[in-house]
Design a protein around this ligand. Structure first.
Ligand SMILES: *[C@@H]1O[C@H](CO)[C@@H](O)[C@H](O)[C@H]1NC(C)=O
Ligand SMILES: *[C@@H]1O[C@H](CO)[C@@H](O)[C@H](O)[C@H]1NC(C)=O
Ligand SMILES: *[C@@H]1O[C@H](CO)[C@@H](O)[C@H](O)[C@H]1NC(C)=O
Ligand SMILES: *[C@@H]1O[C@H](CO)[C@@H](O)[C@H](O)[C@H]1NC(C)=O
Ligand SMILES: *[C@@H]1O[C@H](CO)[C@@H](O)[C@H](O)[C@H]1NC(C)=O
Ligand SMILES: *[C@@H]1O[C@H](CO)[C@@H](O)[C@H](O)[C@H]1NC(C)=O
Ligand SMILES: *[C@@H]1O[C@H](CO)[C@@H](O)[C@H](O)[C@H]1NC(C)=O
Ligand SMILES: *[C@@H]1O[C@H](CO)[C@@H](O)[C@H](O)[C@H]1NC(C)=O
Length: 899
């Protein structure tokens, strides 16, 4: 059509009126215009496509050949389309896919029609400011919704029959967004955590009403400047405490969700006019900081579990019928409650107003069958809130109930301390707060007639008390996860000293069981004639610390619900996740595969007693096991996080990871650290604990590049009197001592052999098994022996075997040579030919001293962390296995040996 116009105009210009200059000017103008029209034709194509894909109603006149002349279409000076507004016409049809070619489009308003089909990709429309498509029959949104549309200010896609979808990340790219309205859009998933001023600085109105969103309010709301927040009619839950920081709010509508907990302090929300939280499960006293807000005009609190006095607002505020539909003490607004009610509510406040209490504690008489309250006859004598899943602290307000004789708060998840005020209760006889995370250490002094029970939960002092202190804020944050299951509490088990193993231990290999090398299982400490390692150092290095049960909610919360991004690696036990506590402290959480037979065929009690032993093994060069969780089929172990990864990363993958190769001094120091860690294992509490799977991917490095041995979970305490336990072969090809691989015979010499292989790796920079080598050199130990044998004749063969990344001078060479010899000695074919770990420590420390005297701390001589400073230790934690995702040496686990 436009082309035809052009032709017509040309014909006219061929017949110029001969006399009029004025006229010829007009012709020129016409020509110019026709060229402009031609230039606009790029939009014309799209507009014609739009016209034909829509079933326009008769009142919409789009008949002019020039789209800029169409009703409700606007163009700019160069005939580019800037606006299309076709609202409330009942128009049917679809939108053409090339709508995004209208690159000058500023406003697209097609709301309240019957347009169907997909909303096309609009991502090229960098000038678009308003997109209003609500109330149509669109069946999908483009995947890259709003991508690159950085002028977009207002978006309304409400009331379209989309299939269920989630708010996409690309919304973040619409950085000018002011109003976003996706009401009744079939949205699922949770509210993404990017609605903050940093990401969307102009966002003032967010309307997500009537969708299927679930989860909590994202914390980034705290940092937003939202004025209108409509989230009514979904499945949202959790606390609404983030509202406290949303000081720009004018209207907030959370009606018809499952929010819980109290109304936070809203005194900072000086512009708040509308507050609708009806039909939720909110609890607690409606705070005066809220009722006093001058800006309020409409408040809806119906159908919640609010407690305390019925709130009294200013006359100017219209409030819905709050009384009777909540748990207020009295129906008349502003009338105070019975003082006992106030006191009990302040006790409930320190538990964050649990729903269970809010459902029962209603009315003005606590003696009228309130949960956990016993009266005599109208004085409260007993408060029994044991096993109520309470989270929080013990309120000093208990002290106001002077008639109290009994307080039971055991088996909850309470933290903090017993308030000193409670010692003033004149009639108190028994206070049981056991099985919580209450600090045992500074229980205030009660009179002798009061029985105070505190045992069983958190511990005080320098070890586990501190981790509790760190973890518990997270625990409180994990409130919303309550219901996902509560971990079992480990009964504290007393460990009896195990007997030394008989030398004639009869060991059998069960090929079908050998795949279970990931089990925490027994390394029979066969103290045979040749394995009296470490008998010189036989102090009992048991750190009496007890074990820490960490609720699964905490572990879910800190690992972002075991999200893939948090995976550190996959090891023998299962997957290791990185977790971050509230204060930024990192931990490593090992989630044992529930299919692993260790879980099914091992009794809970046995598992717990093994863990109990493992948590007691504390040494500067062992990765500490700090806690665990048993929940249903879940078995989780919590370890310290080691920030520098595994030795294998540093030794074999330093190039990929853009690190420097380890220098010789470092290698020596690491070897010594490992030897010391294993020496401790071999001499732990008069017994020999055998690691059985020493390898570079089980050696983790801290910030100071000092090494710790991980995954000594393969070690377990021998059950007393059971000497004929079969031994399954654990370990990894390339590191397995020959006698162990062949007979399954386990002695400390198995670890010596593996350490020998590691020493060879440190010297040569080659992996224990290196399939890239010539066939006769794949196995490091075999190749090493060959080179060692020719060394006498050919000094160059030895020098060529040394890792070229080690800078060799005369001194280094001498030191390397010593370690080379030691390595060969450790990997002797016969176990009795191998040295003790104490000998290895001596050799390595003499070399280390020679090389770097400052590396040896005085207490390193002994190496036991008697007062393991936990908070600090927690800071340097690391997954104890499987960090080498490249799968260098972990892929060849012996489990394949027998299959
Ligand atoms: C468009 O209108 C024509 C006739 O008016 C009709 O045949 C066709 O089905 C309509 N298309 C849609 C998508 O409504
Ligand atoms: C839309 O724009 C693209 C590139 O800018 C071009 O290749 C395409 O031909 C245009 N389509 C129409 C229908 O104008
Ligand atoms: C929401 O999406 C689901 C699945 O895509 C669909 O079955 C359902 O009909 C949609 N609901 C509405 C109201 O469109
Ligand atoms: C857009 O947001 C502003 C600011 O919150 C608000 O005043 C206005 O009513 C919103 N517009 C619509 C159509 O919701
Ligand atoms: C949000 O959507 C609801 C419909 O559920 C409507 O009543 C309310 O006015 C909307 N709010 C804004 C600010 O547009
Ligand atoms: C919210 O406000 C409180 C004090 O009003 C402050 O302590 C807290 O850090 C704020 N939180 C965020 C996420 O801004
Ligand atoms: C909220 O309360 C006001 C005042 O009683 C009432 O007019 C309004 O209908 C209520 N809104 C809802 C959604 O119930
Ligand atoms: C209830 O407590 C009050 C004050 O402590 C006391 O005077 C009264 O005797 C108590 N009554 C009973 C039945 O214990």
């Amino acid at each position: 059509m436009p082309r035809k116009t052009l032709e017509d105009k040309k014909k006219v210009s061929l017949l110029p009126p001969p006399r009029s200059r004025k006229m010829s000017h007009l012709f020129l103008l016409c020509l110019l215009l026709s060229f402009l029209n031609f230039a606009a034709s790029q939009d014309d194509v799209v507009m014609q496509a739009l016209k034909s894909s829509l079933n326009l109603t008769s009142d919409v006149d789009w008949s002019n050949p020039n789209p800029c002349k169409w009703v409700t279409v606007q163009c700019d000076g160069s005939s580019r389309v800037t606006g299309i507004q076709l609202k409330q016409k009942g128009i049917r049809g679809t939108l053409p896919p090339n709508l995004q070619n209208l690159s000058e489009l500023v406003i697209l308003e097609l709301f309240s029609n019957r347009i169907s089909g997909p909303i096309p990709d609009l991502s090229g429309l960098t000038n678009l400011q308003t997109l209003n498509l609500h109330d149509n029959l669109f069946i999908s949104t483009p995947e890259n919704l709003f991508s690159g549309m950085n002028s977009l200010e207002e978006v309304y896609l409400d009331d379209n029959p989309f299939p269920s979808w989630e708010i996409p990340e690309t919304v973040k790219e619409a950085t000018s967004l002011k109003n976003l309205s996706l009401v009744n859009c079939n949205l699922t998933g949770s509210i993404p955590d990017f609605f903050s001023s940093e990401t969307l600085p102009s966002l003032a109105s967010l309307n997500l009403s009537r969708n299927n969103l679930h989860g909590g309010l994202p914390s980034s709301f705290a940092n937003s400047s939202l004025q209108q927040l409509y989230l009514n009619g979904q499945k949202l839950n959790g606390s609404i405490s983030v509202l406290q920081n949303m000081t720009s709010l004018v209207e907030v509508d959370l009606q018809g969700n499952a929010f819980s907990g109290p109304i936070p302090d809203l005194s900072g929300l000086q512009s708040l006019r509308l507050f609708n939280v009806r039909e939720n499960q909110l609890t607690g006293v409606v705070p005066p900081s809220f009722t006093g807000l001058k800006s309020l005009t409409v408040v809806n609190l119906t159908n919640n579990l609010f407690q305390g006095p019925t709130p009294l607002f200013q006359k100017s505020v219209s409030v819905d019928a709050v009384a009777k539909t909540n748990s207020f003490c009295l129906d008349t607004a502003g009338v105070p409650c019975d003082p006992r009610v106030d006191t009990l509510l302040s006790i409930a406040e320190s538990f964050n107003y649990p729903m269970k209490l809010a459902m029962s504690w209603k009315g003005n008489d606590p003696c009228d069958s309130w949960l956990g309250i016993t009266c005599s006859p109208s004085n409260i004598t007993v408060i029994n809130l044991a096993r109520q899943k309470l989270i929080g602290t013990i309120s000093p307000s208990f002290a106001k109930l002077t008639s109290l004789e009994t307080i039971f708060l055991y088996s909850n998840q309470l933290t903090g301390r017993i308030p000193t005020e409670l010692t003033t209760l004149p009639k108190l006889r028994i206070l049981d707060v056991s099985n919580n995370y209450i600090f045992d250490c500074d229980v205030p002094k009660f009179s002798a007639s009061v029985k105070v029970l505190t045992s069983g939960g958190g511990r005080c002092g320098k070890s586990f008390g501190d981790i509790v202190k760190i973890i518990l804020p997270v625990l409180v944050g994990a409130l919303c996860l309550v219901g996902l299951g509560v971990c079992l509490y480990a009964k504290k088990r007393r460990r009896r000293p195990a007997k030394v193993q008989s030398p004639n231990t009869n060991m059998v290999i069960h090929p079908h069981h050998s795949g279970d090398s990931d089990a925490i299982e027994l390394a029979v400490a066969a103290e045979s004639s040749y394995s009296h390692s470490g008998s010189t150092n036989s102090d009992i290095h048991v750190v009496e610390s007890g074990n820490l049960v960490i609720p699964i909610q905490v572990l879910r919360s800190v690992t972002n619900n075991f999200s893939e991004e948090n995976i550190l690696g996959t090891g023998g036990f299962g997957v290791v996740y990185k977790g971050e506590l509230n204060d930024g402290t990192k931990i490593a959480v090992k989630r044992m595969e529930s299919s692993a037979s260790v879980v099914s065929d091992k009794g809970l009690a046995e598992f717990k007693s093994e863990i109990d032993v493992l948590t007691k093994m504390r040494h500067r060069h062992l990765v500490a096991l700090l806690g665990y969780c048993l929940d249903g089929n879940e078995r989780l172990l919590v370890y310290e996080y080691m920030p520098r990864g595994t030795l294998s990363q540093h030794l074999f993958h330093w190039k990929e990871e853009e690190r420097k190769p380890l220098d010789w001094t470092r290698r020596l120091a690491i070897a010594l650290d490992v030897a010391r860690g294993v020496e401790y294992l071999h001499t732990f509490a008069h017994q020999s604990f055998i690691h059985r799977d020493l390898k570079p991917s089980n050696i983790l490095l801290g910030d100071d590049m000092r090494a710790k041995v991980a995954d000594f979970g393969l070690v377990r305490l021998a059950p007393e009197g059971n000497y004929s336990i079969e031994t399954r072969v654990a370990g990894t090809f390339g590191y397995l001592a020959p006698e162990y691989a062949v007979t399954g015979r386990v002695t400390t010499m198995v670890d010596i052999y593996s350490l020998g292989v590691i020493l060879m790796e440190l010297v040569t920079g080659r992996k224990a098994l290196d399939v890239t080598q010539r066939e006769d050199s794949v196995h490091l130990v075999t190749w090493f022996r060959r080179v060692a044998a020719s060394k006498v004749r050919d000094e160059n063969a030895f020098k060529n075997a040394i890792d070229p990344n080690i800078k060799l001078d005369e001194e280094t060479l001498a030191s390397v040579e010593k370690v080379w010899e030691l390595a060969g000695y450790c990997c002797a074919r016969e176990p009795y030919q191998r040295p003790d770990m104490s000998h290895i420590v001596n050799v390595l420390s003499s070399l280390t001293v020679q090389w770097k005297p400052t590396d040896v701390e005085p207490d390193d001589l002994n190496g036991i962390d008697y007062d393991f400073p936990l908070p600090q230790a927690v800071k340097n934690w690391q997954a104890s296995e499987g960090l080498s995702q490249t799968g260098d040496d972990s892929g060849s686990s012996s489990s394949g040996l027998w299959k």
